[in-house]
Design a protein around this ligand. Structure first.
Ligand code: G6P
Length: 472
């Protein structure tokens, strides 16, 4: 069994399967996200990524990706239903996002969550060198730090939650709240997107487990668990370089032409999820069309909604509702050859995505609750000429950093409409100032800076970090 001094553990592996030209299935590195963040480090270190390859049945044996060993964890059809679709995405996901949909509690889902977390912990224990650094990601795997510490007390264990961590009033609903907290506390360092989340966690550690806690440290028997905010980011330079490419610039021009050369293009790009506030945004847009403040002739809305978690009931209902509403708005306000909303559910490659960002005069990112929202950051990174306006929800983690955006409360329909109108009507000087400040921030706080600050806090012996900085 091959062992590594750095092990990343995440529900999904950082690779996608795609169909090669000869019809065979091939695996390639997923663009963006965690993989780019960790790439420089993973390249320099014998590293393993433990995760699920998608699908059910026996785990496929996968090739290394850029020298990183891929260790697959299999999920059965029952695990998929009860762990991934059930406890992770129909209990924790809605609960952690302000319960904007009702979380469901089923004992069978909890059993599956424990079983799958145990499987991940065992695979990780096998893959890690003595004294290795292990970095566990996100809400699917909250029990892994505790289970892993029992199996391998020699490891340095980090946990990072990419989604919000809710206030005690909500978290207290969870039937197995104590076990979930204890699971996370198996880590040496627990990272959150925002300081408020660390505060919520500290309060719960005292309230539920009776532990001494501040917003930075929690005492657990003879150990101290550190907690803190480490806002995740993007590969800013990579997105900026892509957006500046001549073919992408040309593609953006062509897209604007295909959209009818309107004065203003508004873009929204979401996973199809009830946390993203898509319905509220459509309602605001439709009211602006009805009042004549926005005219189909001058302004087009491009709404991209990528289907997600499609077997979960709440997601199916949401998709039906959104598609009905888009149809209604287009029926009422569109004209032949001039729809009010261009609605797309297809995946895009990175170059097409960058072209869309470049064509958007206003990017509307208005989730009801979001851990971070990397689309907002990608848009800013792509605006290499300092034009364009970002309309951003106060309830996205990104709002803590991108405070020069047009910030709105997506529950407040009038505020949402006014925010969109201000963004549509802003002058170039104001927009330029705002965009420049936000781009500057993202160049300093990119995904490498995120990985470096988290790992330097986790790995206080510093051996991994030396390699990260020497690899640039
Ligand atoms: C959120 C979560 C990720 C998850 C992603 C896509 O960003 O924080 O952990 O991978 O959504 O969702 P999916 O269910 O397709 O993995």
């Amino acid at each position: 069994m091959r062992q590594s001094s750095l092990v990343v553990v995440a529900n999904r592996l950082p690779i996608d399967d795609s169909v090669a030209p000869d019809g065979a299935c091939e695996w390639r590195r997923s663009p963006g996200g965690l993989v780019s963040a960790l790439h420089p480090l993973l390249r320099q270190t014998p590293a393993t990524w433990v995760g699920w390859a998608g699908g059910t049945g026996p785990a496929p044996v996968l090739p290394d990706v850029d020298g990183v060993h891929m260790r697959t964890v299999p999920l059965s059809a029952d695990d998929l239903r009860d762990h991934y679709e059930g406890f992770a995405n129909a209990t924790l996901w809605p609960l952690y996002h302000d319960a904007v949909e009702q979380p469901e509690y089923h004992r069978r889902w909890w059993e599956a969550y424990q079983r799958v977390n145990q499987r991940f912990a065992e695979a990780t224990a096998e893959a890690a060198d003595p004294g290795a650094v292990v970095w566990v990601q996100d809400y699917h795997l909250q029990l892994v730090p505790g289970l892993l510490r029992e199996l391998r007390p020699d490891l340095r264990i980090g946990f990072f939650l990419h989604v919000p961590f809710p206030p005690p009033e909500l978290f207290m609903q969870l039937p197995r709240r104590a076990e979930l907290l204890r699971g996370m506390l198996g880590a040496d360092l627990i990272g959150f997107q925002r300081a408020q989340a660390a505060h919520n966690f500290a309060q719960l550690a005292t309230k539920v487990l009776g532990l001494p806690a501040t917003d930075r440290r929690i005492g657990v028997q003879d150990r101290v668990v550190r907690i803190g905010a480490y806002p995740v980011s993007i590969d800013t330079a990579e997105m900026a370089a892509l957006a500046a490419r001549p073919d992408v610039t040309a593609r953006a021009r062509r897209l604007r032409h295909d959209l009818g050369d309107p004065e203003r293009v508004v873009l929204s790009l979401d996973r199809m999820d009830y946390t993203k506030g898509i319905e509220q945004r459509l309602k605001a847009y439709s009211e602006l069309l009805a009042s004549g403040d926005v005219k189909v002739r001058d302004t087009v809305l491009v709404q991209v909604a990528m289907p997600s978690r499609e077997r979960v009931g709440q997601y199916q209902i949401l998709r039906d509702r959104i598609e009905r509403e888009v149809g209604r708005i287009n029926g009422e306000f569109g004209r032949v050859g001039e729809p009010a909303i261009h609605y797309l559910t297809q995946p895009f490659d990175r170059a097409e995505l960058a072209a869309l960002y470049r064509v958007a005069d206003v990017m509307a990112v208005t989730p009801l609750r979001d851990g971070m929202n990397l689309v907002a950051k990608e848009y800013v990174a792509a605006r290499v000429d300092d034009t364009g306006a970002l309309l951003l929800s106060e309830f996205a983690g990104a709002a803590a950093e991108l405070d020069r955006a047009y910030l709105v409360n997506p529950h407040d329909l009038e505020g949402l409409k006014q925010g969109l109108l201000s963004a549509l009507r802003a002058g170039p000087t104001d927009l330029g100032d705002r965009m420049r400040a936000m781009r500057h921030h993202l160049h300093r706080h990119d995904i490498r800076a995120w990985a470096r600050s988290y790992l330097s806090a986790l790995d206080d012996t510093g051996s991994l970090l030396t390699r990260l900085s020497s690899s640039g």
